[in-house]
Design a binder for this molecule. Structure first.
Ligand code: MCA
Ligand code: AMP
Length: 517
């Protein structure tokens, strides 16, 4: 009997262009990688993964800046049947230490600049193999050559076959912080990824000749899965910008047909006087997601460019859930309709279904939804309903036409520039600082990031009150910079309700105009 290989790489391979010279990636430095080269380098990378003794199901952790090679490393993990564990390049030692301890990867590929602390962390966590992969254009220093992922891989025998994987086998683990302050690994299967990729490719009408301007980071769902998967399934060229920069994006946009971004990127494009209809003349689709798109951004974009931004909604745990339609009505302020094959429902506090337009808890089921969290069986019970729906923690409604709107969150979460920040993780660190009795971390409206992180800190009775700059400096050494509060307010006490619970709503009101006028 012939059993289909459910490995996502097999799906990509079946869609790669027949023309070997077709370009897969164009970097900002002007380097072109053809689809043939993508496959050749990926095969070498997969060969090294195998040579290291990584077996199907073993984890490979990766914390590198965006580059074509970083994408090939992801593809090689798929091909070799390893579980890919991408980590934000901004994470600091303490954060990485936790992830390596929890996921127990066999291999860690990291950025050269963090070698000094990575070596002891890998030793402590029993990570057997360590390599470096520099950012695009970054020279490998001679002392790093021995540990260079790329150089070593090119010496390894290429892996030509694709390791067989079943639908439910894990392809990736992505850590998301939690309301307890402890990150949990979302286990993502080959089926989760392939079903969502095929759906989006079709739903967004990818067509021959599409070129994607890719300016998102490669270590989260939006940039790695949503953007790369649709482009790879289409055999498209991706113009890779290692970092989003509005002016560089404006220079590249005339050669692109599709752009995907977080709302901050749209706000920054609109802030450029040179951004206009002409720049967007060849673009057929602008997609926004990861955070709420403000109605004013949606409207200004339409008047400046003639384009209606297509807003969609998703989560690390579920991939994409809803999307405004390609051809039908794209309704600003909504995240569109459930994607084909994905079930979305709104439930009230008692667990019953909400009527149209009634606000409640959004829940989702479908082939895109994760099977559970890495080694956290109790979390799996909490986060799923008994009939198998995943509780998103988002609060919203569905109108009579089926359009979903998100109106809030039941989880204590701040989304800053498309990055999720869980207040609890930061509060735990602030509370350890000298002179601090307790703290509350909140999100405040911010013109660039949508929401920005701020902390309200209560001084302890006896001690010297901590200075704002000291709190920020202390956190910067422990946390990725995007999580560090942009402002810290020192107060005598926090507002509480009758039950003694801190009223963050009150704080949000009190400090609402911190970043906006
Ligand atoms: C950078 N900084 C930030 C953020 N980004 N602070 C708060 N929030 C942010 N998002 C800080 C840096 O730490 C630094 O601080 C200073 O701002 C300048 O940093 P720089 O690197 O120059 O910033 P940037 O390159 O301009 O970055 C802004 C950005 C970036 C382009 C909007 O944040 C970004 O790429 N966001 C996209 C995130 C994303 O891909 N999300 C998808 C997750 P300092 O000066 O103090 O060091 S997937 C997801 O959410 C689901 C599945 C979904 O639906 O998509
Ligand atoms: P993450 O855990 O980083 O994958 O972030 C997922 C969360 O981002 C969701 O639960 C939503 O709260 C939020 N999100 C994603 N897309 C949108 C959107 N279009 N509008 C509002 N919130 C969104």
């Amino acid at each position: 009997m012939h059993i289909m290989n459910a490995n996502l790489y097999t799906l990509f391979q079946s869609r790669f262009p027949a023309d070997d010279a077709a370009i897969a990636i164009e970097t900002a430095g002007g380097r072109l990688y053809s689809y043939a080269e993508l496959q050749r380098i990926t095969a070498h990378y997969a060969g090294l993964i195998r040579a290291l003794g990584v077996e199907a199901g073993d984890r490979v952790a990766v914390q590198v800046e965006k580059s074509a090679e970083a994408l090939f490393l992801y593809l090689a993990c798929l091909k070799a049947g390893a579980i890919y564990l991408p980590l934000n390049s901004a994470y600091q030692e303490g954060e990485i230490d936790y992830f390596l301890g929890d996921a127990e990867p066999k291999v860690f590929v990291h950025q050269p600049r963090s070698e000094a602390w990575v070596i002891p962390v890998c030793e402590r966590r029993g990570v057997r193999h360590r390599f470096v992969l520099p950012a695009e254009g970054e020279q490998v220093k001679p002392e790093h050559l021995r540990a260079s992922w790329h150089e070593n891989a090119l010496k390894a025998a290429p892996m030509l076959e694709v390791v067989p994987r079943a639908d439910d086998d894990l392809a990736a683990i992505l850590y998301t912080s939690g309301t307890t302050g402890r990150s949990k690994g979302a286990m993502i299967t080959h089926r989760n990824l392939s079903s969502n990729a095929v759906t989006l490719h079709q739903f967004w009408g990818f067509q021959p000749g599409d070129v994607l301007l890719h300016a998102l980071p490669l270590f989260h769902v939006h940039g790695l899965f949503v953007a790369c998967h649709t482009a790879l399934l289409n055999g498209s060229r991706m113009i890779f910008h290692a970092k989003f920069d509005a002016r560089s994006a404006i220079d590249a946009l005339p050669r692109a047909t599709v752009f995907m971004g977080v709302p901050t990127m749209y706000v920054r494009l609109l802030a450029e006087p040179g951004f206009n209809r002409d720049v967007c003349r060849n673009v057929r689709l602008f997609v926004s997601g990861s955070a709420p798109l403000l109605a004013e951004t949606f409207a200004e974009f339409l008047s400046r460019t003639g384009h209606t931004i297509l807003e969609r909604y998703g989560m690390t745990e579920t991939g994409m859930i809803t999307s405004n339609p390609l051809n039908g009505m794209r309704r600003g302020g909504t995240v569109g309709l459930p994607l084909p094959g994905v079930s979305v429902r709104v439930m009230n506090d008692d667990g019953g279904p909400c009527a149209p337009d009634e606000i409640g808890h959004l829940q989702v089921a479908g082939p895109n939804v994760l099977p559970g969290y890495w080694r956290l069986p109790e979390k799996n019970k909490e986060e799923f309903t008994t009939d198998g729906f995943f509780k998103t923690g988002d609060v919203g409604k569905i109108d009579a036409d089926g359009y979903v709107s998100i109106v809030g969150r039941s989880k204590d979460l701040v989304i800053s520039g498309g990055y999720n920040v869980y207040p609890k993780e930061i509060e735990l660190l602030i509370d350890e600082l000298p002179g601090v009795a307790e703290s509350a971390v909140i999100g405040l409206p911010h013109p660039d990031f949508g929401e920005a992180v701020a902390a309200v800190v209560v001084r302890s009775g006896a001690g010297v009150a901590p200075a704002e700059a000291d709190v920020i400096a202390a956190l910067k050494s422990k946390l990725a910079a995007f999580k560090v509060p942009k402002r810290v307010f020192v107060v005598d006490d926090l507002p509480r309700n009758a039950m003694g619970k801190v009223q963050k709503n009150e704080l949000r009101k009190q400090y609402a105009s911190t970043f906006v006028v």
